[in-house]
Design a protein. Sequence first.
Lengths: 374, 374
Amino acid sequence: MSSASVRIGQPAVAVETPALVIDLDALEHNIARMAEFAGARRLRLRPHAKTHKCAAIARLQLDAGAVGVCVQKVSEAEALARAGISDLYLSNEVIDPAKLARFAALAGTVRMAIAVDSTLGVDRLAAALKAAGTMAEVFVEVDVGHGRCGIAPAAAGALAHQVMSHGLRFGGLQAYHGAAQHLRSEAERAAAIAHAIGQARAAQASISSAGLACPLVTGAGTGTFIHEAESGVYGELQAGSYVFMDRDYADNAWPATAPRFEHALFVKSQVMSRGVAHAVIDAGHKSHAIDSGLPRVWQRALAFRNGGDEHGILRPLEGGSAAALPALGDTVWLVPGHCDPTVNLHDRLIAVRGGLQDGIVEAIWNIDARGCVQ
Amino acid sequence: MSSASVRIGQPAVAVETPALVIDLDALEHNIARMAEFAGARRLRLRPHAKTHKCAAIARLQLDAGAVGVCVQKVSEAEALARAGISDLYLSNEVIDPAKLARFAALAGTVRMAIAVDSTLGVDRLAAALKAAGTMAEVFVEVDVGHGRCGIAPAAAGALAHQVMSHGLRFGGLQAYHGAAQHLRSEAERAAAIAHAIGQARAAQASISSAGLACPLVTGAGTGTFIHEAESGVYGELQAGSYVFMDRDYADNAWPATAPRFEHALFVKSQVMSRGVAHAVIDAGHKSHAIDSGLPRVWQRALAFRNGGDEHGILRPLEGGSAAALPALGDTVWLVPGHCDPTVNLHDRLIAVRGGLQDGIVEAIWNIDARGCVQ
């Protein structure tokens, strides 16, 4: 972990680079807009904490009306529970008995739910909870189009029945379409989610045929939540990235009626070398994830070129002149291509009030579940 | 940080997933081969620690004859110095006065060197060292082909003169060609390094014209070190990735005479979901970096497909059958596409002796400089 100091009250421009900086006004705007959206439709909002891994941000979401948060790994749940978050849904499968034992222990201290998509998974989960003497809510994951985890809709009834036969609480269906989130056009996303809704309905029918009730369908992400919200099928939204709004989500085409989210997550960087026709900044892909493409340079007519792990190379946008290049020592703000894995590279978020350039550090938040991949 | 336990003496197969595992036999083989290569040619070896960020591995390299290690950031130097490494070369530019003050303080406790490529950088470095009352060796970086940091060869003499006019120790030339490392064919890499050697010679001439001696030319990486070693110009090799040998470097074409390095770094993963024609493992790009392409599945006829941040999707190789797919709960080992940023995602390296599948955990090493980007 870096030993550079950062202090509350410090000007944002004085924060050492590279650093992960939050524009608090934008963050609060985003949290409020999504809470309003879900509230107006009487939908539960359970934002995905895999995006921020940060108890301080989870608390802001809960204060705005979220019913709890989602996590993706047992260690992520443990870290957020330690930091005071008490209603966690692990929206993913766990098959390792040692990890399930940790999950079951955690379920004795906070409210836990989990997803399943196999009979082996249900048996092992039930054994772990029985051994620990604890209880959890269980969601059956259906593959609604991604082709990753989840069972076929027609198999949902049998798996839900198995969950209940072990005396576990059947919570409903996990129906998240990850691959739909980054389809660029609104029409493509609408079509993908129409398919997902059909799959979720088919799974509901399977559960009904098994003589069971389906209390809830949960899913949706920042790219598609408008469609799940309109479906009448989904009762809970899991969107996470809206809180930061990365470059990749901003590149999606959005309908005029969609809530507008603002960029709230930035990598602060500094020019450390200058050529005649390029500038080199001190942030490469050890500072921001590039799985969804390169970052965008914020409010400057500059293109970011991959400079490797530790550097970024800036050039004027096409048609621009070298006069647009920043000078040695100048600050440059980046909007990361993908927020979730970018946050996972850092130990803390530096929350700034009053804008990036003129603002003041108002809070320093631990990224409590940074690196929690197990 | 994950709370899962791992113990020395534990079977490797019992280590919780995803985890970063070292094959110690392969690691020691790689360290010995590179030490022999440099030793036989009377070249200094200063491996780049940005690859492993781990004092335990740096010590193995030093024990095998390395003169010290390179780092890329001040905070990386601080972390390795705290962990006992006492000869560090920061082969990169630093322009921020606050960071330079930290560098100068560190130079009072361990032997430090640094690269420069601007008059502003030299002035600020000199001011920081003067304020701290410490000394460092300074290398002038020349752009030998990458087009990133470094000055033109003809400017080297003037900058070296400025270094000495401040009373700093001029160490020689930093002449690393990063972009050459991953050119696939040996002929392309040879041509790129022939150009780099020409640029380094031109910089030496500039220094000589300024009436100065050039004590050392330092550079080279795992993809090209054979060429720098043969040049008669380079006196020190900075290769780092050879210690782990990732998928991307293995994909380079290698001449028969090159030292053979083995894969020593693996991500251990587990099958957590199974479809009819695919398996899903619990390692995505929060567990391994994908900037240089996807990982390779180790010793199985399976293709890895991007499953996002938390998942990997495995399918049979083309022409293979679904019978090749692993079962729910099975262990799958991945060879990461790029070792440096993969290591930077984890807190520790689990070092295994006796092979991955049958081996025993012999050591657990902190990744001391994980996340040290400042």
